[in-house]
Ligand binder design. Structure first.
Ligand SMILES: NC(=O)C1=CN([C@@H]2O[C@H](COP(=O)(O)OP(=O)(O)OC[C@H]3O[C@@H](n4cnc5c(N)ncnc54)[C@H](OP(=O)(O)O)[C@@H]3O)[C@@H](O)[C@H]2O)C=CC1
Ligand SMILES: N[C@@H](CC=O)C(=O)O
Length: 428
């Protein structure tokens, strides 16, 4: 049995897990694919760095071309991260007929179509299951499990760092900045946590999920992104009192052929299954016209969960090699997306206002909603004994984003509205 030879780009968190699984599960893997899988060479930045896995010195290299140009290597597993340099290596490897497995959501969200087209041209596979929700096989589920259905909604908690922060703020009343430091110390956050907390990491993952789920070419710039850095303890306390949790949700919706994709802090009714996804766990809720509601839950990151998906992709590539069916890339014939306008995007909204506490104020505020045809589900006023301002909490019925924006613009010129403290989409 001729071994399948793998070049590994990166031996950090995920790369270490890949070596552990390929070595530790070798017998199981061989029984599935019919030949040994051997990690032939490993690219690192610094060969002399101390590692928590032993890899023989002759396998380590700091020269990417020793792997990319190596005629012995059949498959390249890319777990080094980064965008432009990594893209160069991958395109070059594809032009040499090597198959690619990657965990790189940044690369696939930005350059997925170009990479898949190149792979198709050279009859190569590019698989990227680990790029979204680490250990949850959601990409394969969207492509294969739902191939018979029309997906209408995908809602995801796809960033573990922000879910960890929001969970701690909710369960322990902790402060945002303190929990962020804790998440960094525990190694959940990206090297620069801005991409986690400002929603970019989740937006990249939602670009990938909505492209596959809606079979349309969604681009990163189509995603409306807002992170969690402005979520306060006060917001979370109010949400809990009203029966909601605040979650950073990626929401992709489709009606007829029109779609919208966003990432935003959202108030989720506690009875919705996604509200109880806590800590660093991820979950993806998928609604299909025929299947109805489904949800997939599991670890979104970490050494072994992420490596499980990477090695599963490796197994799929090797099975394709045996069958001689590599390079049948999905996603090349997806249709052009049609994006919803703000008039077409509808949901319930939560608003927290600080207002003058005097006669007629409530009437003026509700009049603004009436003017733009936003119907209200509930209005609660809290007097503040230490302050001349009162707090008003409003939950709307389904309303268009455009109408809610018009109401917010109207508040700017109303002297009785002192400030709009928070505006959240509501789910469930
Ligand atoms: N960590 C996780 O839980 C998850 C990560 N991912 C994705 O997987 C990928 C890898 O992540 P992770 O393992 O955490 O990253 P790490 O930072 O832990 O590891 C990166 C590895 O790549 C090597 N490397 C980085 N840049 C270069 C370069 N230019 N040339 C040569 N070697 C390089 C590093 O070498 P050296 O060791 O010498 O520094 C290191 O071994 C990323 O795309 C990430 O987004 C996806 C899902 C979850
Ligand atoms: N920083 C990411 C890691 C996985 O993609 C997260 O917090 O989910």
């Amino acid at each position: 049995m001729k071994p399948v030879k793998v070049g590994l780009l990166g031996l950090g968190t995920v790369g270490t897990g890949v070596v552990r699984i390929v070595e530790g599960h070798q017998e199981d893997l061989q029984s599935q694919v019919g030949s040994p899988i051997v990690i032939e060479k490993v690219l690192v930045q610094n060969k002399s760095k101390a590692r928590n896995i032993s890899v023989s010195a002759d396998k380590l290299t700091e020269d990417p071309w020793e792997i990319v140009n190596n005629p012995e290597i059949d498959v390249i597993v890319e777990v080094m991260g980064g965008i432009e340099t990594t893209k160069t290596y991958i395109l070059e490897a594809l032009s040499r007929g090597k198959h690619i497995v990657t965990a790189n959501k940044d690369l696939m969200a930005l350059h997925g179509p170009e990479i898949l087209a190149k792979a198709h041209q050279h009859g190569c596979d590019v698989l990227y299951e680990a790029s979204v929700a680490g250990g949850i096989p959601i990409i394969r589920t969207l492509i294969e499990g739902f191939s018979s259905d029309r997906i209408t909604k995908i809602m995801g908690i796809v960033n573990g760092t922000t879910n960890y922060i929001l969970t701690k703020m909710s369960q322990e009343g902790a402060d945002y900045a303190d929990v962020l430091k804790e998440a960094q110390a525990l190694g959940y956050a990206e090297a620069d946590p801005t991409s986690d907390v400002e929603g970019l990491d989740a937006a990249r993952k939602m670009t990938i999920l909505s492209t596959l789920g809606f079979r349309a070419n969604v681009a990163l710039e189509d995603v409306d992104v807002k992170g969690i850095s402005s979520v306060s303890r006060e917001d979370i306390a109010y949400a809990k009192r009203l029966g909601y949790e605040v979650k950073l949700l990626g929401i992709a919706e489709r009606q007829d052929d029109y779609m919208s994709v966003s990432v935003q802090p959202t108030m989720v009714k506690k009875t919705h299954p996604i509200a109880s996804v806590n800590g660093v766990f991820n979950a993806v809720y998928v609604h299909g016209e025929a299947v109805g509601e489904t949800m997939f839950y599991g670890p979104g990151a970490g050494e072994l969960p992420t490596a499980t998906s990477v090695v599963a992709d490796l197994v799929a590539v090797v099975k394709n090699l045996k069958l001689g069916v590599n390079g049948k890339q999905l996603g090349l014939t997806y249709k052009e997306k049609k994006l919803k306008t703000d008039e077409q995007i509808a949901s319930k909204y939560y608003l927290l206002l600080h207002v003058d506490d005097r006669a007629g104020v409530l009437a003026r505020i509700t009049q603004a909603f009436a003017e733009y045809e936003v119907s209200l589900e509930s209005v609660v006023q809290h007097p503040n004994p230490n302050h001349p301002e009162a707090e008003i909490i409003i939950i709307t019925h389904d309303a268009s984003k455009a109408s809610v924006n018009k109401v917010l613009a109207a508040f700017e010129s109303m002297d009785v509205v002192k400030s709009v403290k928070s505006v959240y989409r509501v789910e469930g």
